[in-house]
Write a new protein. Structure first.
Length: 359
C-alpha cells in the first residue's frame, strides 16, 4: 500500500487541513504489513513499501510461462457492506472476482494488488477490508504484493469507499484454456455460495420494495440476517479448477458472473456449438429475490448465477466428478455440448432451465 505526498505542516494551508492525513495512511500500511506477509508464496521478491512489486516466475516453478491478468471490483455490493457495517468479507469478493477469471484460462494466480479509495481514511475499516483481501489471497494461493490507498475528501460521501483489484497469473505455453471443446462434451456446474458479487443494484431494489430490514431474519430461511446472507462472499474456485486442469480433464471453464450462464458459458465455446442445459436446483435466496421482486425466470438467469458459480466443460464426466468430489466439490451435471450451424455463434439453450418449482 502507498499513500500520497504531503507538504510539511506549518503556517497556512496543509494537506491535513484539506482532509488528507498522511499519518493515518502510514498507520494503515503498518497495520496491513502482517496481512500481506501471511500471503507470501514462492516467487515473491521483497515486501510492501517499494514503488513496485517484483515476482520471479522461475522461482514459482514456470519454464515457459504466458502471463494472464485480470481486474475487477465488487460493484454495488459495497453499498450493502456500508449500510450493514459488514466489511470483513468484501475483500474476499474482490479477490474472487479476479482470480476466478484467471483460473478459467488455465492460469495459476500468482499475485494480487488492490486499490482502496475513500473520502476520509479509517484505519479500522480499511484494515478489516484488507484482512478480507488477504484471506481471499491465501485461499487462492496468490500473494498480496501491494496496492494503493487513496484518501479523496469531497469525492466520496462520509463512510463510503470503493475497491478495485488486479491479479496476475501464469500458465505454461500450450496449457491455456479453452482447448478442444467438441459436441458430446459434458457441462458440469460448481455451486455458488449465494448471489456472489453481481446484480446488487437489482438486489438492493428488491430489498427496498420488500420492506425487509438488513438486520431482520433472512426471509428465505437460515440462521442469519438478511444482510449477512446477502454479504456471503463469492466462492473462490481456484483449487478445484486447477486440480481438474492439471489432471488433464478440463477443456474449458466459465466464471458465472453478470449475464449468468447464457452470457458467460458461450465465451469459452467454439463457433458452431451450443450448450444444452437441463434443470438444476435453485438456492432459496434466488427464489426469494424472484418472488419478492416479481422478476421473471428469464431475467433471473440473465442477471444472476442462480446457484452455479462456475461451469466446466469436460469429456469424461465420471472421472471429473470423482476428482471434484475428492476436492470437496458437489458438482452438478448440467448438460452437453451440441453441434449447431457451422458459422453460428456459440449459445446456451436452457431446456428446461433452472428448477424454479416451489417459488
Amino acid at each position: 500500500m502507498t499513500s500520497r505526498g504531503d507538504p510539511a505542516d506549518g503556517p497556512g494551508l496543509t494537506y491535513r487541513a484539506a482532509g488528507v492525513d498522511i499519518g493515518t495512511g502510514d498507520a494503515l500500511v503498518d497495520a496491513i504489513k502482517p496481512l500481506a506477509r501471511s500471503t507470501a508464496r514462492p516467487g515473491v521478491l521483497g515486501g510492501l513499501g517499494g514503488f513496485g512489486a517484483l515476482f520471479d516466475l522461475r522461482a514459482a516453478g514456470f519454464a515457459d510461462p504466458v502471463l494472464v491478468s485480470t481486474t475487477d471490483g465488487v460493484g454495488t455490493k459495497l453499498k450493502v457492506a456500508i449500510e450493514t457495517g459488514m466489511h470483513d468479507k468484501v475483500g474476499v469478493d474482490l479477490v474472487a472476482m479476479c482470480v476466478n477469471d484467471l483460473v478459467v484460462q488455465g492460469a495459476e494466480p500468482l499475485f494480487f494488488l488492490d486499490y482502496f479509495a475513500t473520502g476520509r481514511l479509517s484505519v479500522g475499516q480499511a484494515s478489516v477490508v484488507v484482512a478480507g483481501i488477504a484471506e481471499g489471497c491465501r485461499e487462492a494461493g496468490c500473494a498480496l504484493v501491494g496496492g494503493e490507498t487513496a484518501e479523496m475528501p469531497g469525492f466520496y460521501a462520509e463512510g463510503d469507499y470503493d475497491l478495485a483489484g488486479f491479479a496476475v497469473g501464469a500458465a505454461e505455453r500450450g496449457r491455456l484454456l479453452p482447448a478442444g471443446v467438441v459436441p458430446g462434451d459434458h457441462v458440469l456446474g460448481l455451486p455458488s455460495s449465494g448471489v456472489h458479487a453481481n446484480g446488487y443494484s437489482l438486489v438492493r431494489r428488491v430489498v427496498a420494495v420488500s420492506g425487509a430490514a438488513w438486520d431482520a431474519p433472512a426471509p428465505f430461511g437460515g440462521e442469519t440476517t438478511l444482510g449477512a446472507a446477502l454479504m456471503t462472499p463469492t466462492r473462490i474456485y481456484v483449487r478445484p479448477v486447477l486440480a481438474l486442469h492439471r489432471a488433464g480433464l478440463l477443456k474449458a471453464a466459465a466464471h458465472i458472473t453478470g449475464g449468468g450462464l447464457p452470457g458467460n458459458l458461450p465465451r469459452v465455446l467454439p463457433e458452431g456449438t451450443q450448450a444444452r442445459l437441463g434443470a438444476w436446483p435453485v438456492p432459496p435466496v434466488f427464489r426469494w429475490l424472484a418472488r419478492a421482486g416479481g422478476i421473471a425466470p428469464q431475467e433471473m438467469v440473465r442477471v444472476f448465477n442462480c446457484g452455479i458459480g462456475m461451469a466446466l466443460v469436460v469429456a469424461d464426466s465420471g472421472a471429473a466428478m470423482d476428482l471434484l468430489r475428492a476436492e470437496g466439490e458437489a458438482a452438478i451435471h448440467l448438460g452437453r455440448i451440441e453441434a449447431a450451424a457451422p458459422d453460428a455463434p456459440p449459445s446456451v439453450l436452457l431446456d428446461p432451465g433452472p428448477d424454479w418449482a416451489g417459488m
